[in-house]
Design a protein around this ligand. Sequence first.
Ligand code: PHE
Length: 356
Amino acid sequence: MDHLLPPDIVEAGHSFPAELAACGDLDALLRLKGAYVGREGSHAARLMELLKLAPKEQKRDLGAAINALKQQWEEGLKSRQFEIETKKKNRKALAASWDPSLPPPVPAQGALNPLNRLMDRLVEVFRPLGFHVEEGPEIETEAHNFDGLNIPEDHPAKASSDTFYLAAHPDLLLRTHTSPVQVRTLLRVAQDLGIRGGVRFLSPGRVYRKDEIDPTHSPMFHQVEGMLVGHGIGMQHLKGTLEYALRALFGPHTEIRLRPSYFPFVEPGCEVDVSCPLCAARGCRVCKGSGWVEILGAGLIHPKVLEYAGIDPVEWSGWAFGMGVERMAMMLSQTPDLRLFFENDQRFLKAMGGLD
Ligand code: PHE
């Protein structure tokens, strides 16, 4: 029935919803109301004039069209008025409920994960001894992860049931320990610089093994590797350095003990225990009553590892260790389930002192 109406009013009918939405306050809304349905000069008033003058046979249809339009405008105006008034009321209520004497909300602040803090602490303990940080990739070659470390072809760790190999590159894998950083660093130092001053580094990072997730296992976990190469280095240096570092971490009364063990890349190899820091070695749940907790694997670097990197094992010797970060963090914080370190539950992180 639009053909009965003047084109400018049809146009106005189309732009009405947008104009309505653009009204931000009651004043603007009143102006719009005046223009559309006001008593004089409005679109509606003009339409009523038109109706009066219309020929008799058009009056019915025209009247219906005009009423529909007017009704649409009036309803639109009414509901927009309600919206504007409600908004105003809510703003007032909010202003009335604001208590200026309350402290301002403190923005949530992130913090380092406790595992990262522990790794940082280890780095700080070793830094005064001249150790810097070396990093290696988490996707490694078989050569760096196994071969360069004197790990034989038939070693169980090489089995695909223990190691994540990359499907598209079967010679690449997710490193199973931080020890490939030994190989990389020795190779680099031997080739680029010559080994002149020896090697001292710490290498914190992520490692991967095909373990089912449970309170003490995760397919992804963290290790810190330590390595020193120099002239005439022996077990005594390893023991002295570890004693210093573990006392710095667990307290000055900590005792350590070395037990013989086997890793293909060290000879002799050992496992290192600390006197239980939780019960002062009296015996508790954490140390299973023994007073000792196993903390890392270590040993004197196997001559084959030095040879692989082109370093003469007659002239040079050294030690290396690798420790599990989760295990140490669990013990220091008495956390019974390592998954807590990965879930980022703010309550746990707060309890760890990470989000004070
Ligand atoms: N890489 C060994 C592991 O993951 C730990 C280790 C490092 C042992 C260095 C000896 C020397 O179990």
